[in-house]
Every structure is written in structure tokens, then in C-alpha cells.
Design a protein around this ligand. Structure first.
Ligand code: PHE
Length: 450
């Protein structure tokens, strides 16, 4: 059975795939712009607390459910509580994946487009360069379509293993490049102000919006809340130490985000850009930084290549969620269904692609109030699917695992192949049953008062 469903043959393959899903635009594109919009350091601090207090333990819960039943989320839920409404928790995850992929693919398309923009670096004027870039709707939609096409091709052919091997070389390279950029950005005059904004918390800036954004970002960045890690866990052999693997993934993911911030904020203040520039932020700041470097067009091109690949390992995992559900539960034919899902994602994503100043209607969409997120369609989608539904799904799944399946059973699964988890098991049960659901519930409820 495992052979048939198997995506990866080794433990490192699994860690790479899970880390590949987690590390992506969420770390380098979304984290800095959300931090910038939410006042900087205070947000960063809350984000880190959520990553380790809620994200890490919750990740163990998703993996344990998957490995125990060797099924996707809906399948596992149906095994535990047949025909109950709990299965909609899994379905919600599927809908959320499609929603996230629709706007994520747009940004991935930008990243891809910026590879060429960097190598041919003729116009590198930050904000103006970006506006010019998105002013051509056909090009932008083409890039978006291309990226979705690439993702679909990979999921269609099932060659994930290939990109995993690549990411083994490329992700450390991304890390090294980020470190070089940190040094460079922090040597620019005026950059200290950026560090201050990013690292010295001003607690008076903490609002409900900040807390909600930090929670959403923690789940988004770790690819949690959709049941994606349940599916990943279902492919795992029993001797894998889930605890150790999760600690590694979480630390690495948080590290990349923190490093990205150490480039963006110092550079941004040195160059007089606005931290609250929204989704365009890193596409304004990074190119401006490359423009100042000698050999910057090569460094820039390399950077956007690495970022595109990081994005690709995430989009593949996002598309895999609806596809594996339809294949496992609805007996759809994989090769047909991937293209259908991809077309749906593409159609839903078009308004996001046109929302950064290209079409007025989508630029000033604003159904969700401005006290929660910006008005453009992309930010609204990012909030609805990437923050709200993601964490709401995580809440439901956490209650299901903690109370319906039983946190004790999850512990039994986690200690198989993971002796070092034993000493934390009591604390973990307490977090999963009480702390995590309560914290998420209270934060989500507060939205309706904002
Ligand atoms: N975690 C990915 C990133 O940070 C995005 C993602 C979210 C992927 C949810 C899968 C599921 O880029």
C-alpha cells in the first residue's frame, strides 16, 4: 500500500518535501509585508511565540493522524467517525488549499517574471518598476498561468522526488544568499532604523489585528491547518521520528523568515521606502537593493530563481491536497483531475492577478473591512483563506485530534520511532486539548469585534 501511494522513499525525502512545502513565498514575500503592515518587532515577537507554542505542537498532531491511518484527512476522519460532520473539516482544508493556491500562484508568477527583469535590469526603480511590471495584465496573467501549468505538470507526472533532490542543494544556497544580502543591506547608511523597527518591539502597537495576523502567518508559513501535513504524514514509515523532523522543519522555516526580514527592513529604511507597501513590498525592496550592488543583476536573477523554486515546492504541495482527496476518496483519475483543478485555480486567481493597480475594481475591492486587511483582492483572498479559514480549519482539526480521536492515541503514534518525545507528552496533550484550541478560538472570535 505504501509503495503504491508512496511519494518518497527515504526519511530525508519526507523532511525535504515537508520543509519544501513550508518554506516558500510565505517566508520571503508574505512575512516581511505582514510584519511591515503590523508594526514590525512586536508582530515578529508574537509570531515567534505562536510558531513554537502553537505551530510546532499542532504540526505533530497533523503528522500523527496521517501516519496512524495512512490516509488523507477526510479518509482518516471517516475512519474514526464515519459519516459525521467532522469530515467537513477535511473538506474545508481542500477548499482553503484551492483558495490559497489561487493568489499564491500569482505571486509565484511575479517571482518568475522578476528573474528576467533582473537579468535584463534596465529599469530597477523599486515602486515605479513594480507598477510598470503589473501594468500589463496579459503578461501578468501569462506568468500566473505558466506557474500553475508548471505546478500541474509536476503533480501530473508525480516527479516531486526530483524537485526534492534539487531543493536539497538549492535551499542551502538560498540561505547563503540571504546571509550575504543581510550583510550588504545592513551596511547601507540609514539601515539601523530598519533594524530598530524590526527588532525593538513597541508594545503599544499590538492590536487584535496584529495578534490575528501573527497567528495566521504562523499557520500559513508552516503549511498548517489544511490537513496537508496529515497527507504528508500518511506516506511516512513507522520508524521516522516525527518529533525530531518537525523541530527541524519549524526551526528552519522560522529562520528563513527572520533572515528575510533582516534584509528587507534595513534595506527599506535605508532607501526610504514604506514598510506598509503591502504585497508588493519585497518586489520593491529587493530589486532596489540589487540595483545598488555590483553584479546585482546576477545576484538578483539567482535570488528570484531560488525563490521561484521555493514557491514551486509549495504550490505542488497545495495542489496535491485537492488532487489526492479526489483520487483517494472520489476515485477520480489523477491525470484528468489535476488539469480540472488547475483550471479552477486559474479562474479564481485572475482577479488577484489584476488587483495591484491593474484593474480598479479589483484594486479597491474591500469586502473585508480595512481594519483587518488591505482592500485589494489579493490581500482580501490572502486574509480570507490564508489567515481566517486556515486557522479556523486548524482549530477544528485540533479539536478533532485532541478530543474525538484522542490526544493519548496521537501520543502513542508519536512515540513510535520517537522515544525523545516521551518526556514532552503530558505537556503536548495539554497544549493540544486546551491551550491551542482556546487561543485560536478567542483570536478568531475577536475578529467580529474589530
Ligand atoms: N507554507 C507555504 C509558504 O510559506 C505556503 C503554504 C501554505 C503551502 C499552506 C501549503 C499550505 O510559502
Amino acid at each position: 500500500m505504501q509503495k503504491e501511494r508512496g511519494l518518497w522513499s527515504s526519511k530525508t525525502g519526507f523532511i525535504l518535501a515537508a520543509a519544501g512545502s513550508a518554506i516558500g513565498l510565505g517566508n520571503i514575500w508574505r512575512f516581511p509585508y505582514i510584519a511591515g503592515e503590523n508594526g514590525g518587532a512586536a508582530f515578529v515577537l508574537i509570531y515567534l511565540v505562536f510558531v513554537f507554542l502553537l505551530g510546532l505542537p499542532y504540526m505533530l498532531a497533523e503528522f500523527s493522524l496521517g501516519r496512524a491511518f495512512q490516509l488523507n484527512t477526510v479518509g482518516a476522519i471517516d475512519k474514526i467517525k464515519p459519516n459525521s460532520f467532522w469530515r467537513y473539516t477535511g473538506i474545508l482544508g481542500i477548499i482553503t488549499s484551492i483558495g490559497i493556491l489561487s493568489f499564491y500562484g500569482v505571486i509565484a508568477g511575479w517571482t518568475f517574471g522578476y528573474i528576467f527583469k533582473s537579468f535584463t535590469a534596465s529599469s530597477y526603480e523599486g515602486a515605479a518598476g513594480f507598477s510598470e511590471f503589473v501594468s500589463n495584465p496579459f503578461y501578468e496573467i501569462f506568468l500566473f498561468a505558466f506557474f500553475i501549468f508548471l505546478t500541474t505538470l509536476i503533480v501530473y507526472k508525480g516527479v516531486e522526488a526530483g524537485i526534492e533532490k534539487w531543493s536539497k542543494i538549492l535551499m542551502p544556497l538560498l540561505l547563503i544568499l540571504l546571509i550575504i544580502l543581510i550583510v550588504y543591506a545592513n551596511l547601507l547608511p540609514g539601515s539601523e532604523k530598519g533594524l530598530e523597527f524590526y527588532l525593538l518591539p513597541d508594545f503599544s502597537k499590538i492590536t487584535l489585528k496584529t495578534i490575528l495576523a501573527a497567528l495566521g502567518q504562523a499557520f500559513f508559513s508552516l503549511s498548517l491547518g489544511l490537513g496537508l501535513m496529515v497527507t504528508f504524514g500518511s506516506y511516512l514509515p513507522k520508524d521516522t521520528n516525527i518529533f525530531t523532523a518537525s523541530v527541524f522543519i519549524v526551526i528552519f522555516d522560522a529562520l528563513i523568515a527572520i533572515l528575510a526580514g533582516l534584509v528587507v527592513f534595513p534595506a527599506l529604511f535605508a532607501m526610504g521606502e514604506n514598510p506598509a507597501s503591502g504585497p508588493a513590498l519585497v518586489f520593491i525592496v529587493f530589486p532596489k537593493l540589487f540595483a545598488q550592488m555590483s553584479g546585482g543583476s546576477i545576484v538578483g536573477g539567482l535570488f528570484f530563481i531560488l525563490l521561484s523554486i521555493a514557491a514551486l515546492t509549495s504550490t505542488v504541495s497545495l495542489l496535491e491536497v485537492p488532487v489526492s482527496y479526489l483520487v483517494d476518496e472520489k476515485k477520480s483519475e489523477r491525470k484528468k483531475i489535476v488539469w480540472k483543478v488547475a483550471v479552477l485555480v486559474f479562474i479564481i486567481g485572475i482577479p488577484s492577478a489584476l488587483s495591484q493597480g491593474t484593474v480598479d475594481f479589483f484594486t479597491n475591492f474591500g469586502i473585508i473591512p480595512e481594519s483587518l486587511t488591505s482592500k485589494d483582492f489579493l490581500s482580501q483572498m490572502s486574509f480570507l483563506f490564508g489567515d481566517f479559514l486556515l486557522t479556523a480549519g486548524g482549530l477544528a482539526l485540533c479539536i478533532f485530534i485532541g478530543w474525538i480521536w484522542g490526544a493519548e492515541k496521537a501520543v502513542n503514534e508519536l512515540i513510535i520511532g520517537g522515544n525523545n518525545f516521551k518526556k514532552y507528552s503530558k505537556l503536548w496533550i495539554f497544549l493540544i486539548k486546551y491551550i491551542i484550541p482556546m487561543v485560536i478560538f478567542v483570536i478568531l472570535l475577536s475578529i467580529f469585534r474589530i
